[in-house]
Ligand binder design. Structure first.
Ligand code: HEM
Length: 395
C-alpha cells in the first residue's frame, strides 16, 4: 500500500484538500511529515483524543522545555491549570457582551455594505464585504475604535501567513514584526479607551481574577487579529458556497435551518484546517508511537469529513444534527469566539438571503495558505448581465 503524500500548498490540494484528507484517514491516519517535522492526524477520534488530553499534548512550549517570548503569553499559548483564570475571564466577558446587539448591528452593517455594492457592476466579496464587515464585527465586540483597515489587514495577513512557518519559514519574521505592530495598537487602546465591550470587561475583571495585565493585552491582540482573519475567511467561504450552489440560500431562509446550516457550512469547508500540540511524554496513537517532544498536527478539516463520525460526510446537509464538528476546535483551547462568530455568520446569511442572487463575476482565486483555508478574490455581481460561470470548483 503506498503511503499517501501530503503537500498542503500543492495547487490541487489548495483547490480541494478533501481527497488528500480521505487518503490519509484511510491509509496513514498518523502520518510522519518530513518537511513539517511533525505527525499529521486525520481521523476524528484521534484528533479529539489529542485536543482533550492537554496533560499529554501541550500547547504551551515551556512544558517541553522551549522558551516563549512574553508577547506570546496569551489564552492561546497557556495550558491548564495556568490557563484557567484567563480563559474564565475571557469567556465570562464574551457572555457579558451585548450579543443580541451584535447580531442586529452585524445585520444592519451587512445590509448597508451589500446595498452600496449593489450599485456597482462587479465587486470583490473578500475585499469589499468580508474584510470591512469582519473588522466592524470584531471592533464592535471588543469595544475598540476601528483602525485604518489597509495597514491592519496587511499586519493581520502577515500573522495569518506565519501560521504556515513550518512549511514556509520565510513567513515567520514578517509575522513576528506584525505582532509587534498590533501589540502597539493594543497598547494605544489601553492608554486611551475604556469603551464598553469585551476588552473593558476583561480589564475590569482581571485584578480580582488574578490575571496579569500582559496576558489581557496579548489575548486582546489574539482576539482581534485571530477573530478578524477567521471571520474574513469564514464569510468568504460561506458566500462562495452560496454563490456556487444558489439553492442553499433558499433553504437557509428558514430560521431553524439557518442555525444548523451555519454550523454545517463550517464543518463542510471551514477556515481553520488544523492546529498543533507537542507530546509531553511518549504515547501511542492508532498504533503509532509518538515520542516526547514530537509535534502532532491535528487536522480539524480532515476529522470533519471522517465517515466514522459523520454520515454522508462529503455532503452539505444544512439540517445536520447533531453536528459535533471540530471547525471551532475542541477541549480547553476550543474557539473562544464561537458564539459571536456564529451570530455574525447567521446575520450575514440572513442579509444575503434577503437580496437578489449574488453571482460569480470572474474566476475565484484561493489564498496560498495551509492553516487557514480561504479565498483571496471572489469577484461577484448582483446584476445578471455581469455574471459568469463560477470557477475554482468547490468540493
Ligand atoms: C467562523 C469563525 C471562526 C472559526 C472557524 C474559528 C475557529 C477556531 C479554532 C478551530 C480554534 C482552536 C485552535 C486550537 O485548538 O489551537 C479557535 C481558537 C480561538 N478563537 Fe476562533 N474561530 C472563529 C472566529 C473567532 C472569533 C470571531 C474570535 C474572537 C472574537 C475567535 C477567537 C479565538 C480565540 C481567542 C481562540 C484561542 C482560544 C484558546 O486557545 O483558548 N475566533 N478558533
Amino acid at each position: 500500500m503506498p503511503t499517501p503524500g501530503y503537500d498542503p500548498l500543492n495547487p490541487e490540494t489548495l483547490r480541494d484538500p478533501y481527497p488528500a484528507y480521505a487518503l490519509m484517514r484511510e491509509h496513514a491516519p498518523v502520518l510522519w511529515h518530513d518537511r513539517m517535522g511533525c505527525w499529521v492526524l486525520s481521523r476524528y477520534a484521534d484528533c479529539v483524543a489529542v485536543l482533550r488530553d492537554h496533560d499529554t499534548f501541550a500547547r504551551d512550549p515551556r512544558r517541553v522545555g522551549e522558551a516563549i517570548p512574553e508577547p506570546s503569553l496569551s489564552v492561546q499559548s497557556l495550558d491548564p491549570p495556568e490557563l484557567g483564570p484567563l480563559r474564565r475571564l475571557l469567556m465570562n466577558a464574551v457572555h457579558t457582551c451585548d450579543l443580541n446587539g451584535l447580531a442586529q448591528r452585524t445585520r444592519e452593517r451587512s445590509d448597508a455594505l451589500l446595498s452600496a455594492l449593489a450599485t456597482q457592476t462587479t465587486f470583490d466579496v473578500v475585499e469589499d464585504f468580508a474584510s470591512p464587515l469582519s473588522l466592524d464585527v470584531i471592533c464592535d465586540l471588543l469595544g475598540v475604535d476601528r483602525p485604518e483597515r489597509g495597514s491592519f489587514a496587511e499586519a493581520s495577513d502577515a500573522i495569518m501567513r506565519s501560521m504556515d512557518a513550518g512549511l514556509l519559514p520565510e513567513t515567520a519574521e514578517p509575522g513576528r514584526r506584525a505582532r509587534q505592530q498590533l501589540s502597539a495598537l493594543v497598547a494605544s487602546w489601553f492608554a486611551e479607551s475604556d469603551a464598553p465591550g469585551l476588552l473593558a470587561e476583561m480589564r475590569r475583571g482581571a485584578p480580582a481574577a488574578g490575571v496579569p495585565e500582559t496576558y489581557v493585552r496579548n489575548t486582546a491582540r489574539v482576539l482581534f487579529q485571530g477573530g478578524y482573519s477567521t471571520m474574513v475567511a469564514a464569510i468568504g467561504n460561506v458566500t462562495a458556497q452560496l454563490m456556487q450552489y444558489p439553492g442553499l440560500l433558499e433553504h437557509l431562509s428558514e430560521p431553524e435551518t439557518r442555525t444548523t446550516g451555519v454550523d454545517e457550512l463550517i464543518r463542510y469547508d471551514g477556515p481553520v484546517q488544523g492546529t498543533s500540540r507537542t507530546a509531553t511524554r511518549a504515547v501511542t496513537i492508532g498504533g503509532t508511537r509518538i515520542e516526547a517532544g514530537q509535534t502532532v498536527l491535528v487536522l480539524h478539516a480532515a476529522a470533519n469529513h471522517d465517515p466514522d463520525q459523520f454520515p454522508r460526510p462529503d455532503e452539505l446537509l444544512l439540517d445536520r444534527s447533531p453536528n459535533p464538528h471540530l471547525g471551532f476546535g475542541w477541549g480547553p483551547h476550543a474557539c473562544a469566539g464561537t458564539l459571536p462568530a456564529q451570530i455574525a455568520l447567521h446575520a450575514v446569511v440572513e442579509a444575503l438571503a434577503a437580496r437578489p442572487r449574488l453571482c460569480a463575476a470572474g474566476a475565484f482565486v484561493r489564498r496560498r495558505t495551509a492553516t487557514m483555508r480561504g479565498w483571496q478574490h471572489l469577484p461577484a455581481a448582483f446584476i445578471p448581465a455581469a455574471c459568469t460561470a463560477p470557477s475554482g470548483r468547490h468540493p
